[in-house]
Design a protein around this ligand. Structure first.
Ligand code: ASP
Length: 442
């Protein structure tokens, strides 16, 4: 098959054309045209992915849990998954802290730019502070209370409640394991069939990915720069070191931490893994949402990398909601960067507090665009840095959001392969061309 027929090349093409279009549109002042005629295609693409999120989690997770022969296996897989998720997040935060302390990007922001940034974004800061206060005022156990919904339909009606859907599905699956086989089978079959049909739909939706990605990137550029693209260049100049620190940290984490896990705990080579997962990374980059990317991540990990449905349908939905290494790393760097640029030193104690709060905050961050910066406010407050300081970084947050989402889903996929291999449930990967047309084999 010629290279241009391969999905990931088509998506990359959409991305590059979207970038070019975005820059031209912003410099020509086509903001209204873009939001009327281009952005809607991106919105349709994201909506279609989000639409299948709840049925996918429900169908595959219930089937996944119900097919585990016993609760022991479930707790083994669950325990291992959570352990690796939390450890990799701690490593990510540590990498972030080390590099931000070495590079010290906060010392390089010119005084004038700092004042301007604070002024420009003061209204945005207030909005995010209000959202953060709401989250924080609910007490330390609120996170656990939130996990248990009081009504199934209200959870399933909002994609922000994905963690609740995950919990409901696990509980339902456990209930089904405990029923006699003939009683459980009809319902398990329904969920099984649901998960299969949804994976089919991912194939269909992904046909639209190149256009969707084009529209999302083009639309993002024009909405971020408005009619004044020169402003973005100035921002990039002042915040360049900060951005490089975040991106450098994420690259190190991807190469070393995930590379180490893949090399020592799976038979997959780097190349195979990235070939398999690339389309999901591209979708994550253009949607900035690990939640919206979940259907694609699951499809790739199961069908291309060979993880069993049983493992991937448990590990990935959980990961999309609680495992966010990119977000945690970014939050650590951003917190120290803001402190540095406001001329405040942070003690070792304060940095340890950042490790703890960033790990917790990334678990609590919803898998949607821009969520990481709201949780950042809570981290800043926990170490006594004025949260208004987020004004400094708001302008470039969207770009970093795209990259941290890529890191987040790469982490989920890595852990899914590690857990699948540990369970003896990682088939040989299938990256054949036939399969590249996104034909479902199941
Ligand atoms: N957009 C990120 C995600 O969905 C969360 C964040 O804002 O860091 O993974």
């Amino acid at each position: 098959m010629p290279w241009y027929k391969k999905l990931h090349w088509q998506i990359i093409l959409g991305l590059v054309l979207g970038l070019i279009y975005g820059v031209i549109a912003a410099s020509q002042g086509w903001v209204k045209f873009t939001s009327d005629w281009i952005t809607p295609f991106g919105t349709i693409f994201i909506n279609a992915l989000k639409l299948i999120g709840v049925p996918l989690v429900l169908g595959s997770l219930v089937t996944g849990v119900a097919s585990l022969s016993d609760i022991k296996k479930l707790s083994r897989i669950g325990g291992r998954t959570i352990l690796i998720y939390v450890s990799t997040t701690i490593v990510a935060v540590t990498i972030g802290l080390v590099i931000v302390n070495v590079v010290r990007p906060g010392d390089r922001v010119p005084e004038q730019m700092r004042l301007e940034l604070q002024e420009t974004y003061s209204a945005d800061v207030e909005r995010r502070e209000a959202a953060a206060t709401e989250t924080r005022d609910r007490g330390p156990l609120a996170m656990f209370v939130d996990m248990v919904p009081d009504n199934f339909f209200s959870s399933a009606s909002n994609n922000r409640n994905m963690l609740q859907v995950v919990i409901i599905s696990i509980v339902l699956g456990i209930g089904l394991i405990q029923l006699p086989q003939e009683k459980a089978k009809p319902l398990v079959d329904v969920f099984d069939s649901l998960s299969h049909v949804v994976i089919r739909l991912v194939d269909l939706i992904m046909k639209m990915a190149p256009i969707g990605v084009f529209a999302l990137i083009g639309g993002t550029i024009t909405s971020v720069t408005g009619d004044d693209p020169s402003q973005i260049l100035q921002l990039l100049g002042a915040l360049g070191f900060y951005m490089m620190t975040v991106v450098g940290g994420m690259i190190l984490h991807i190469i070393f931490t995930y590379g180490f896990l893949l090399k020592t705990m799976t038979p997959l080579s780097f190349k195979t893994f990235y070939q398999g997962i690339a389309p999901a990374q591209l979708v994550a980059f253009s949607t900035s949402s690990s939640g919206a990317t979940l259907p694609v991540t699951m499809e790739r990990v199961e069908e291309k990398l060979g993880a069993s449905e049983e493992v991937s349908s448990f590990v990935l939905p959980l990961g999309a909601t609680i495992n966010m290494d990119g977000t945690a790393l970014y939050q650590a760097v951003a917190a120290v960067f803001i402190a540095q640029s406001l001329g405040m030193g942070l003690s070792i104690g304060a940095q340890l507090t950042i490790v703890l709060t960033a790990v917790m905050a990334s678990i609590g961050t919803p898998a949607v665009p821009g969520a990481g910066i709201i949780m950042l406010v809570i981290i800043l407050e926990s170490v006594g840095v004025p949260s208004a300081g987020i004004a400094l970084i708001l302008g470039v947050d969207r770009i970093l959001d795209m990259l941290r989402t890529v890191t987040n889903i790469t982490g989920d996929a890595t852990v899914a392969c590690v857990v699948a291999h540990a369970e003896g449930e990682l088939r040989a990967p299938d990256l054949s061309e036939e399969n590249d047309r996104m034909v479902s084999h199941r």
